[in-house]
Design a protein around this ligand. Structure first.
Ligand SMILES: [Zn+2]
Ligand SMILES: [Zn+2]
Length: 183
């Protein structure tokens, strides 16, 4: 996933990709670790604009994933769709650095910029990062998932459990009320 800077026309460039998740090392790792499963290729639509030494990529990515619900642990599938903007700038000119070799504080404008050298931008890593950002932090099979009973572990989406769901805060409390057989 690379662009030759000199091939970006003045009116901009539209690009479309459909890459298998396994071609992205971090996404492959997520799947190998069982964190999630990508059910479709990562579809990416990009519009690339070049203005002097600043390249702006507006993109939208779409795919479909299988995740484990963070409440009930059931696997479920969901579409993933995420809009993003990437900004690339030619390497910081050396005159921005102080003579001491100390890194200079970045301006607000410079934060979020990715620096590049030469005439080519490889944006595969940035796209991969956007896919990871698009994954829900606490996936839910549905908004009102009831989760598991904290006491017996039954899936409360299937109805009330046998135990009634009362959590015993102190496990020794049960001993206090216990009728011990007479010796
Ligand atoms: Zn759930
Ligand atoms: Zn229960």
């Amino acid at each position: 996933m690379k662009i030759q800077i000199q091939h970006i026309p003045s009116q901009g460039l539209a690009l479309a990709y459909g890459n298998e998740a396994r071609t992205f090392p971090v996404l492959k790792q997520l799947m190998d670790d069982g964190q999630c499963r990508f059910l479709e290729p990562i579809a990416v639509d990009l519009s690339v604009v070049s203005e002097r030494d600043l390249i702006t990529i507006d993109g939208v990515l779409a795919t479909r994933v299988e995740l484990a619900c963070s409440r009930c642990l059931e696997l479920f599938q969901m579409p993933l769709r995420h809009r993003f903007t990437l900004r690339y700038s030619r390497e910081i000119p050396t005159d921005l650095h102080s003579g001491t070799g100390e890194p200079v504080a970045l301006t607000a404008e410079q934060i979020g910029l990715v620096y590049f050298k030469g005439e080519e931008i490889d944006f595969q890593d940035s796209i991969q990062e956007q896919v990871v950002l698009a994954l829900p932090f606490k996936p839910l099979c549905r908004e009102d998932c009831q989760g598991l009973c904290p006491r017996c572990g039954a899936d409360l989406n299937q109805g009330r459990c046998e135990c009634g769901g009362v959590v015993i805060e102190n496990p020794f409390a049960v001993l206090k009320n216990r009728q011990w057989p007479e010796q």
